[in-house]
Ligand binder design. Sequence first.
Ligand code: ZN
Length: 142
Amino acid sequence: MDFRKQGNAYVLILKIGEELLTTLTRFAKEENIIAGSIHAIGALRDFELGYYYLDKKEYGRTKFNEIAELISCSGNLASRDGNPFVHIHVAMGREDFTVIGGHLFSGIVAVTAEVMLFPFPEKMERTYDERTGLFLLNCKEE
Ligand code: ZN
């Protein structure tokens, strides 16, 4: 991965074979970025998507062993239990131009990933929410 700072923002260029979520999480840790907004385009292979079933309070997970365009990737960086936590949703464009999408569990860069990371100055914490069974963003002042 190469990166360049652009004012307060970062441009990250991921290379073939790098896993998107772990690379971004590691980068946030190394650069001490505590929170932010994430946008990306590129192409991924062997990606796993999730759909959340609120009634069961669990994700249905499906692995796609194919290469698809990362048409849109939007997400955020926050903290969970003191560690950086990257939450990303994706729209993936297939060879036949249909689109699938969902919560991203993992994805390997197939061609490139052009990531724009916009850091926030203050921490954003994820805390467990009984109603949904998820660690949701908590915007309450501490
Ligand atoms: Zn999600």
